[in-house]
Design a protein around this ligand. Structure first.
Ligand code: A3P
Length: 320
């Protein structure tokens, strides 16, 4: 995409304003624009359909929702694909994998017109904060499910994802540099700690909003219980047997196979040529131990704990 001149011209278009410089001293970083305090990747022109990225993002607030829509809320790499497939099966009442990719239901990817065009039953997903979502989320009390993951595994997963992305989105730095960006927030969707704290504050200001909080690690340790909890939250009449079938159909192994064999193409080429790019990499708890040095781990703990003290969020870092 870097060689595509219209893309390059677009990124440098003065109408876009000054793109914030998120590069580190080695020149590695992301190309984002900033909207309402959050860094977002500059979408490719075909997604913008002639619009400005800020206007397209703003359009999401006006989107009409349906009473029984469900929205997955998650910071990147916390298990959205997994939860989305589970929810699609639960909502449809059938063990049938979606041919579409979950990006076709991602609010910041499809904007107002795309959101409204999705067929019922509808399960959306987003990495955006509540203040950028349709105002009808709160007005209609649309059911939301926030999936969280321990920040070290999320960081490792996000690094692998970003490294494998094609130009101009790919990340050229190493893991230590990426971790600094992850902690400081100089990256798409900002830091995970800021994301969680913003969500907590925004949801506290809308106490009527039905939100189910889930953890990737709990889903991994007891997937059947997780599926049952979701069915209960959505007030579905799913039987125990059906929940067991959903959990089994959405195991990491099965979903990786389905992704390779039957998923449709992503709406744009996102992976670098020759990269292993996949949304189904390892699917484990505790892979961070293979990536962080002792010193990096201590530094991560220090910064994370300082930012999150008194927040009430507690994470599982090791598989039992
Ligand atoms: P890893 O990179 O650690 O393997 P998202 O869907 O939010 O992009 O998150 C992707 C992460 O969820 C990846 O983590 C991916 O492997 C993991 N994942 C996807 N499907 C999964 C499943 N069925 N079970 C466990 N982990 C899964």
């Amino acid at each position: 995409m870097a060689s595509d001149q219209s893309e390059e011209k677009y990124l440098l278009d003065p109408d876009l304003g000054q793109l914030p410089d998120l590069r580190n001293s080695k020149g590695h970083g992301f190309r984002c624009f900033k909207h309402d305090g959050v860094y977002l990747l500059v979408p490719p022109p075909f997604m913008l359909k002639g619009g400005h990225p800020t206007d397209r993002i703003k359009s999401i607030k006006e989107a009409e929702l349906k009473d029984d829509d469900v929205i997955i809320l998650a910071y990147p790499k916390c298990g959205t694909h997994w939860l989305w497939e589970v929810l699609e099966m639960l909502k449809s009442g059938t063990i049938k994998y979606q041919k579409d990719v979950k990006e076709t239901r991602m609010m910041e990817f499809i904007f107002k017109d795309g959101i409204e065009a999705v067929q019922h039953p509808r399960v959306f997903n987003t990495h955006l904060p509540l203040r950028m979502l349709p105002t009808q989320v709160v007005e209609k009390k649309v059911k939301c499910i926030q999936i969280m993951r321990n920040p070290k595994d999320a960081c490792v997963s996000f690094f692998n994802h970003s490294r494998d992305l094609s130009e101009p989105y790919g990340y050229d730095g190493d893991f230590a540099e990426f971790t600094e960006a992850f902690l400081s927030g100089k990256m798409p969707f900002g830091s995970y700690s800021s994301y969680l704290l913003a969500w907590k504050a925004e949801v506290a200001a809308s106490p009527e909003l039905p939100v189910l909080y889930m953890f990737y690690e709990d889903m991994k340790i007891d997937p059947v219980k997780a599926v049952k909890d979701i069915a209960k939250f959505l007030k579905l009449t799913s039987t125990d047997q059906f929940c067991e079938e959903v959990a089994a159909a959405c195991s990491f192994k099965k979903m990786k196979k389905v992704d390779q064999e039957m998923k449709g193409d992503l709406p744009l080429k996102i992976w670098k040529d020759g990269a292993e790019g996949t949304f189904y990499r390892k699917g484990e708890i505790g892979d961070w131990k293979n990536w962080f040095t002792v010193a990096e781990n201590e530094r991560f703990d220090q910064i994370w704990n300082e930012k999150m003290k008194d927040s009430g969020f507690e994470f599982t870092y090791t598989a039992v």
